[in-house]
Design a binder for this molecule. Structure first.
Ligand SMILES: Cc1cc2nc3c(=O)[nH]c(=O)nc-3n(C[C@H](O)[C@H](O)[C@H](O)COP(=O)(O)OP(=O)(O)OC[C@H]3O[C@@H](n4cnc5c(N)ncnc54)[C@H](O)[C@@H]3O)c2cc1C
Length: 270
């Protein structure tokens, strides 16, 4: 008898969905195959495998010691990276929060068209574990695509945690009540690209007051690049205390941007 690796990719089906705000949709996916999903923490990175146009079910990679392999390279699914917002082992479900940025991208389009039974593939979780590193002072900053991870980290914070959270959201109605510890201040920005300078200026004013800090930056590439330059070059925050991942780039789809993201992450920002 062969034992299935818990690290295998799985096929899931949309069970339900809910609009959390005008631009954020939570989709709950179900599969009995999730019973042994190797969950470690909310906020983990996951790959989603979307069916190609005309397909109902995406091809899944075969996991090998050399990495994922595709039985039919011509039939590779559209792959996107998202955040694991929650996992329920008893119910065999995972939740993912999708930014609804229009029908200009396959993942956003999938979320807009969500209906029970639609099929998607999911990788095992990856990324730092835990996402929130213990620190005396937290500085978390990002846009709506980073909110699922930021919310996950806020849930994990101790009640006496201190720090600042900066959010840049499409509109005021996208700001929902957050589980902020009393010592964590929220700075929110709404609207389009002209808020960039104000966002970075506020970030500059939120410099952690101790070396025992954790800086977490994610979202649009320009925000993360300027935020990381501030943290690493000006404040000299050590690499181990600074997560900085550009989640997407304005005007580029994931296929075009993928390599640049990895180049950015491979450089340590010093
Ligand atoms: C580790 C990690 C975790 C992530 N977690 C999440 C998450 O939980 N939820 C989430 O929604 N996204 C998340 N993202 C971002 C997501 O992977 C990208 O936004 C992705 O490009 C969306 O794919 P798409 O098919 O919708 O658009 P693409 O086909 O990649 O792009 C099409 C067009 O849409 C634009 N675009 C892409 N994303 C956005 C956006 N957020 N807002 C406005 N315009 C956009 C692009 O610039 C491009 O012009 C995460 C990314 C990473 C790396």
């Amino acid at each position: 008898m062969t034992t299935l690796s818990p690290k295998r990719p799985r096929l899931l089906r949309v069970q339900s969905w809910q609009d959390l705000s005008p631009h954020l949709r939570r989709i709950v996916f179900h599969s009995a195959d999730l019973a042994d999903y190797p969950f470690q923490c909310n906020g983990a990175h996951i790959k989603l495998f979307l069916p190609l146009p005309g397909q109902d079910v995406p091809q899944l990679p075969v996991v090998t010691a050399q990495g994922p392999q595709w039985a039919d390279k011509a039939d590779k699914p559209i792959t996107r990276t998202y955040t694991l917002r929650s996992y329920d082992a008893a119910a065999c479900t995972v939740s993912v929060d999708f930014v609804l940025h229009g029908d200009n991208g396959p993942a956003s389009r999938f979320a807009l068209a969500a209906s029970p039974g639609l099929c998607i593939g999911i990788s095992p979780p990856a990324g730092p574990v835990p996402m929130l590193k213990a620190a005396a002072h937290y500085l978390l900053a990002g846009d709506l695509s980073a909110l699922p991870a930021i919310e996950s980290m806020l849930h994990d914070m101790a009640p006496d945690a201190r720090g600042d959270v900066l959010l840049w959201l499409p509109e005021r109605a996208d700001l929902r009540p957050l589980p902020l510890p009393a010592g964590v201040r929220l700075h929110s920005f709404f609207g389009d690209a002209d808020r960039h300078a104000a966002f970075i200026d506020t970030l500059r004013q939120c410099r952690p007051d101790t070396d025992d800090c954790f800086v977490w930056l994610a979202g649009e590439a320009a925000l993360v690049a300027d935020g990381r330059a501030l943290a690493r070059q000006q404040w000299q925050i050590p690499l181990a205390c600074c997560y900085a991942v550009p989640y997407w780039r304005r005007g580029q789809d994931e296929e075009t941007y993928h390599q640049s993201r990895h180049d950015f992450m491979d450089s340590d920002g010093d």
